[in-house]
Write a protein that binds this ligand. Structure first.
Ligand SMILES: [Zn+2]
Length: 290
């Protein structure tokens, strides 16, 4: 029995288990947004003494979700991307500040799930890193169902407060924060082993209740889905802080330290919230990870 328990451990020093054999993780490409780099890289595009009007660089960002076929938990979705009809759900000026420059039929959430070999109706749970509009808009497909929606209590409370009072209204929208038509399931732990091999770590900073998702895969090793703790790879590799989308800088730095420790410990592959190149490389390399 002791041997069996030990064999389930991904790393003996941390109480985290490997996913059961047969677990598959598909990365879902849900379209491309474009925005000024100042949103996600602090100081980018700022004027300096030698250049009063620098080039206003913008960048294409992927909208990303992960579909996890888990032998014990069933089909799980990590985040959901944007709503389908941004003109209705976002409106101006958001559609101008963050225009969606690529969104074909294949990028719609139900179609992306279908292309992976599943049906959105078979999703048994939706797990959130955070509830910003470009991650939780796909909840429109789960309204009126009893599919559990897992999110940190701090994130849920903050999102409802921010949207209702207008304190941070542009990044949280009331239409998907419906209180009575979604089956919200919150937790308030620093670390939650949600299902075997799937661990959420509270990583406040970008938002108060943001959680990263650690997935310990049997063959492909540990993946860490950072959601928007890191929008793009430079937030991590250069420790370049976030720009206008940053909220609590000190908390973000502490969360960064935590992610780095985890990555070192598990030799983990990091999947950033919006880094197009990183996501496309992983999507091209394998149909799914196991
Ligand atoms: Zn985002």
């Amino acid at each position: 029995m002791a041997d069996l328990q030990t064999s389930l451990l991904a790393r003996a020093s941390v109480p985290a288990f490997r996913c059961p054999p047969g677990t598959k993780v598909h990365l879902l490409h849900l379209g491309v947004l474009r925005c000024d780099e100042g949103w996600f890289l602090q100081g980018s595009n700022a004027s300096v003494g030698s250049c009063a009007n620098p080039e206003n660089k913008s960048r294409d960002l992927i909208s990303l979700a992960a579909l996890i076929d888990h032998p014990h938990a069933g089909l799980l979705l990590f985040e959901t991307g944007c709503a389908e009809d941004l003109d209705v759900k976002w409106g101006a000026p958001l559609t101008d500040v963050f225009p969606r420059v690529q969104y074909d039929e294949e990028h719609k959430l139900p179609n992306a799930i279908k292309a992976a070999g599943y049906d959105i109706k078979d999703v048994k749970g939706v797990v959130f890193g955070h509830l910003h509009l470009d991650h939780a808009g796909g909840l429109e497909h789960f309204v009126g169902t009893d599919v559990p929606i897992y999110v940190h209590e701090e994130e849920f409370k903050h999102a409802c407060w921010a949207a209702a009072t207008g304190a941070d209204a542009a990044v949280y929208l009331t239409d998907y924060l419906t209180l009575d038509k979604l089956n919200w399931k919150t937790f308030n732990d620093k670390q939650v082993d949600l299902f075997q091999g799937l661990t959420l770590h509270h990583a406040p900073g970008h938002t108060p209740g943001l959680c990263i998702l650690q997935v310990n895969l049997d063959k492909d090793g540990t993946f860490i889905f950072t959601t928007d703790q890191y929008h793009v790879k430079e937030n991590h590799t250069l420790r370049h802080p976030q720009g206008w989308l940053a909220r609590d800088h000190t908390a973000w730095i502490r969360s960064s330290d935590m992610v780095e420790r985890l990555q070192r410990l598990y030799n983990a592959t990091l999947v950033y919230g919006h880094d197009l190149e990183t996501a496309e490389t992983l999507i091209k390399a394998k149909k799914f990870y196991e």
